[in-house]
Design a protein around this ligand. Structure first.
Ligand SMILES: Cc1ncc(C[n+]2csc(CCOP(=O)(O)OP(=O)(O)O)c2C)c(N)n1
Length: 568
């Protein structure tokens, strides 16, 4: 893309910043930008000419979440923008992308130096807002910086562990920078248009050590994290598991690495988990973490695996190797090529299957415990039944986007992924993320059905984006687990009250709201469901509606997720 040099190669390339930014984004394959006016207006005009879709949202945080969902679904950077006074809102929306390792490029405007430290209207310092949620955070004050900093933004976002970046552009709306001359050609470095941008190979000696440890282990387990999806390494994880009969657990972000019906799949491990997965990891004598941050959630406050268990880690970020498990055997590299190398280093021996049969037995016990809840005919609907119905109708190529909290526990543990073409994306922890993120995912993958699962508390955060969805025809299906309250909050609030009298319900109970009606009012398809037998048909109708759709399911606020299993 961009201007081509003349025959002599010495043609003078002079653009204005606006044209240069638009051409660079286009060149890097950006198809959508998510933003709220007023930012880069001249650039937006150039973008129209270049075919970039400009999605005007109803809050900067939602714009950031959309860019995040876009990035996670497409493996390409997502772009969001805000003017000066929107910068803090935009930065807040990057927290989930930062924690979820998603390459979002945030552009903001900033008033010129003469306005600084003099009570300028609508502006606080931007740098400190973005510092904890980005890996690259720079000011751009002259047009000539653009070629370097824009390229670096894509490079940083897509390299190593992908994460957000931020460019603060001169002018509250970036308008001063837009007018600056850029005397350079648009250069696109293809490697950084997507992630992983490179696939570094781990050191052979480490691969050998890991292979020997795996072969010696009697009860090995693989814990697959989000890095497996980032690296598209699911097939390699499953091949390794099958080769040595190794049970596979996943973090919420790693869900989808292995099909739920696979005999080696034990499910989600950690705090949002099935007990069978926690038990398997607790009993393991070796844990292979692949692309996992080994944080408090996936390890349930580092109780799983048990202290002293041998650990192997595969990670593209050297600072992760051994961070939480000292003396771990560390394979520094891309998950896909590291697993290939590991497979190549194994003797042909296979496991005897005793250990994996034990893990399977625990999975069967867990499944049978869930059976009656999954098929419960209760009204209001139980979330376990809702997840069963969703499993039955989720299309083979669907992207399922889940909110955090109970939404992540219900979908993560109970929605079975039955096709390799299904993708599961989940909030790293920010309530309300799922609906805007699903809209971004749909922009990135318009040919795939995108289904969002959220509680009513989560949905209310960005309900206004229903208007955005219907205005642009971003046709996702949002399933609202509508229990008229903050279900996950209840056990903790009850513990806080103990025996004391008082109005505890005031802390978690909402009005009853019909979200199907609200959806219709905003131009979407809306359907309300009160009986379990109506769920599947309603989701099918929503999928077929060819509109942005809401399936509002009235559910039981008293349903509590199981407490995570811990080793005694
Ligand atoms: C930004 C943010 N604020 C607060 C929380 C804490 N939190 C997690 S789940 C939850 C309740 C969610 O309620 P709802 O979306 O209705 O789902 P339910 O638990 O009822 O299924 C809260 C308040 C959070 N995760 N993120």
């Amino acid at each position: 893309m961009g201007s081509t040099p003349g025959k002599t190669g010495r043609q003078h390339h002079r653009h204005l910043g606006a044209r240069f930014i638009a051409e660079t984004l286009r060149g890097y394959g950006v198809t959508h930008v998510f933003y709220i006016d007023a930012i880069l207006r001249r650039t937006l005009v150039e973008m129209e000419a270049l075919g970039i879709r400009r999605i005007v949202t109803h809050s900067e945080k939602a714009a950031a979440y959309m860019a995040d969902g876009y990035a996670r679904a497409s493996h390409r950077p997502g772009v969001c923008m805000a003017q000066s006074v929107g910068a803090a809102n935009l930065a807040a929306g990057l927290q989930d992308a930062y924690l979820g390792l998603s390459p979002v490029i945030a552009l903001t405007g900033r008033k010129p130096p003469l306005f600084q430290h003099r009570n300028a209207y609508q502006e606080i310092e931007h740098g400190p807002l973005f510092e904890p949620v980005t890996k690259y955070n720079v000011d751009v004050v002259i047009g000539e910086q653009l070629p370097y900093y824009l390229r670096q933004a894509f490079r940083e976002a897509t390299s190593g562990a992908p994460r957000p970046v931020h460019l603060d552009l001169l002018g509250a709306r970036g308008e001063i920078l837009e007018e600056q001359a850029v005397n350079a050609e648009t250069v696109v470095e293809q490697a950084y248009t997507r992630y992983p941008s490179a696939r570094p190979i781990p050191e052979p000696e480490q691969v050998q050590r890991a292979a020997q440890a795996l072969e010696r282990a009697e009860r090995p387990v693989i814990v697959a994290g989000g890095g497996v999806r980032a690296s598209s390494a699911a097939a390699e994880v499953v091949e390794l598991a099958e080769r040595l009969s190794i049970p596979v657990a996943t973090s919420p972000n790693g869900k989808g690495t292995i099909l739920d019906e696979h005999p080696l799949s034990v499910g989600l491990v950690g705090s949002y988990s099935r007990w069978c997965a926690n038990r398997t990891v607790a009993e393991a004598d070796l844990v292979l973490f692949v692309g996992s941050h080994t944080g408090d959630q996936v390890t349930h406050d580092w109780t799983l695996p048990k202290a002293g268990t041998q650990v192997i880690q595969i990670d593209v970020d050297p600072s992760e190797l051994g961070k939480n498990y000292p003396n771990a055997i560390g394979l520094l590299g891309d998950a896909k090529v590291a697993l290939r190398a590991l497979l190549g280093a194994l003797d042909s021996k296979t496991g005897d299957g005793r250990w994996s049969r034990q893990a399977q037995q625990w999975v069967r016990e867990w499944e049978s415990e869930m059976d009656s809840l999954r098929h419960s005919g209760a009204v209001p609907v139980r979330p376990e039944r809702l997840c069963q119905e969703l499993t039955d109708v989720l299309p083979a190529s669907a992207i399922l986007v889940s909110d955090t909290g109970y939404s992540a526990i219900w979908t993560g543990t109970l929605v079975r992924l039955t096709h390799l073409g299904q993708t599961y994306l989940r909030a790293a922890g920010s309530l309300g993320w799922a609906f805007p993120a699903a809209l971004g995912a749909k922009c990135a993958a318009p040919e795939r059905p995108v289904v969002c699962f959220t509680g009513d508390g989560g949905f209310l955060y960005h309900l206004s984006e229903l208007e955005t969805a219907s205005r642009y025809g971003i046709n996702t299906v949002t399933i609202v687990n509508n229990n008229s309250g903050l279900g996950q909050a209840i056990p903790g609030i009850n513990r806080a009250y103990g025996d004391r009298p008082g109005d505890r319900e005031a802390l978690y109970h909402f009005r009853q709201v019909n979200y199907a009606n609200i959806a219709q009012e905003m131009g979407c398809f809306g359907i309300r469901v009160e009986h379990p037998l109506a769920i599947a048909g309603a989701i099918r109708q929503a999928l077929a509606s060819e509109r942005a759709a809401v399936v509002d399911v009235v559910t039981d606020l008293s349903c509590e997720a199981p407490t995570p299993w811990t080793p005694s």
